[in-house]
Design a protein around this ligand. Structure first.
Ligand code: GLU
Length: 429
């Protein structure tokens, strides 16, 4: 590709053009039909178990009190305690959190770990808040969720806008409410306080592992494969780094400041060093040409990795995608309306609930280690996580062959089937 459009203005956060809950439900419906799910089970799996909306008054540094709206949606606990991250973003909505919570249920089921699904979110812009304001908000949110969270009830983790620092505050605040140190109540903690080796890079590593598994099926050779990655946060940057180390050619990357292209492949070690030295932004990186961020998604590469927000691949840009393979690092980056277009074009998609499940898999390992009071080596974590990812990929691939369906619908079939079968054993009222 020769980049034609030169980037001028800061790229806005891509607006959600579609409702992620509707996108999730339309795939759920297709999979439920393939499975012949009975009406009762369909109704049980479709609805979220509980949705909590809180309003949190927080003292800001200017002395004023601001009230923040926060959510926690527990979608399902049939397989075990609910699990899922907490998102801090100004565009968080209840529908988005509901979709993300359901995706956690399916994600945990696809990789066969004993968790249900949940998600949390607070409408806020952490980029404009001080550390003290974020800490007070996090502690207030944790206190408001003291009867929801618990090591065997609901276990939060990082998501967009949160990381180990916030998880440490959650662990500390929750521990105070129960009067004892409760490490296993949250995952993604700093290493020194019960975090797991390998957790930070786990999602990106899973994206890389599932990408290689898909490339193997498509007979794509590592040395001949080029990649575009949208998003350079935790997931995007680790995916880029680990793919680069494997020998894939990363031709395009993007972050909030814009998108960048190098036809010979970017040196990701240099990009990361540059980002760390420039306030977390890639803008001005000398080894790349700026391109239009929208162009990245339709650029001339073999693999496309959307690793930012929901609904960036829609029916509008799907017809122009040139990649043969899409590996979804983000949750819900493809709107349901784009699915048939992508399928008809013969593009393979490793769906979000499979591709980015490496994060929750290592969260599960962290929780197990906290409960064991024992630390695993990095090798043990990565070997086990890679095996889980590869096994899950093979299972989903086999189901897609069996029913002649996309990997996305196959992943939903695998997940819904597991939860539905468990529901039948457990029963309802
Ligand atoms: N927020 C991550 C996700 O969407 C991780 C969740 C977790 O580790 O519980 O998968």
């Amino acid at each position: 590709m020769t980049p034609t459009t030169v980037y001028k203005e800061p790229a806005p956060r891509v607006a959600n053009t579609e409702n992620p809950l509707e996108s999730m439900m339309s795939r759920f419906n297709v999979a439920a039909e393939i499975l012949g799910l009975d009406h009762e089970t369909y109704e049980v799996l479709k609805a979220a178990d509980k949705q909590i909306i809180v309003h949190l008054p927080v003292s800001m540094d200017d002395g004023k009190v601001r009230v923040f709206e926060g959510y926690r949606v527990v979608h399902n606990t049939i397989l075990g305690p609910s699990k899922g991250g907490i998102r801090y973003d100004k565009n968080v909505s209840l529908d988005e959190v509901k979709a993300l919570a359901a995706w956690m249920t399916w994600k945990c089921a696809v990789v066969d770990i004993p968790y249900g699904g949940a998600k949390g979110g607070i409408i806020c812009d952490p980029t404009t808040m001080s550390a003290g304001e974020i800490e007070r908000l996090t502690r207030a949110y944790t206190m408001s969720m003291k009867d929801v969270f618990g090591p065997d009830r609901d276990i939060p983790a990082p998501d967009m806008g949160t990381g180990p620092r916030e998880m440490a505050w959650i662990m500390d605040e929750f521990s105070k409410t129960v009067g004892q140190t409760s490490s296993a109540v949250v995952t993604g903690k700093p290493l020194v306080m019960g975090g797991s080796l390998g957790r930070t890079e786990a999602t990106g590593r899973g994206v890389m592992v599932s990408c290689l598994a898909a490339m193997n099926k498509l007979n794509m050779k590592i040395e001949e494969t080029s990649v575009a990655i949208q998003g350079f946060g935790n997931v995007g940057s680790w995916t880029a780094k680990l793919m680069f180390d494997k020998g894939l050619k990363i031709k395009a990357i993007s972050d909030i400041s814009g998108a960048y292209w190098n036809d010979n492949g970017l040196n990701i070690d240099d990009v990361i060093a540059y980002k760390n030295a420039h306030g977390g932004r890639i803008e001005g990186f000398p080894g790349a040409t700026p391109i239009d961020p929208d162009e990245l998604l339709v650029s001339d590469v073999d693999v496309l990795v959307p690793a930012a927000v929901e609904d960036v691949i829609t029916e509008h840009n799907a017809p122009f995608i040139k990649a043969k393979l899409i590996v979804e690092g983000a949750n819900g980056p493809t709107s349901a309306s784009a699915d048939p277009i992508i399928y008809a074009k013969g593009i393979s998609v490793v769906p979000d609930i499979l591709a980015n499940s490496g994060g929750v898999t290592v969260s599960y390992f962290e929780w197990v280690q906290n409960k064991q009071g024992f630390k695993w080596s990095l090798e043990m974590v990565t070997d086990r996580a890679d095996r889980i990812m590869t096994d899950a990929f093979e299972k989903v691939f086999a189901v897609s062959q069996k029913y002649d369906i996309s990997l996305r619908i196959a992943a939903y079939v695998v997940a819904i089937d597991k939860v539905a079968q468990t529901y039948k054993y457990r029963g309802g009222y």
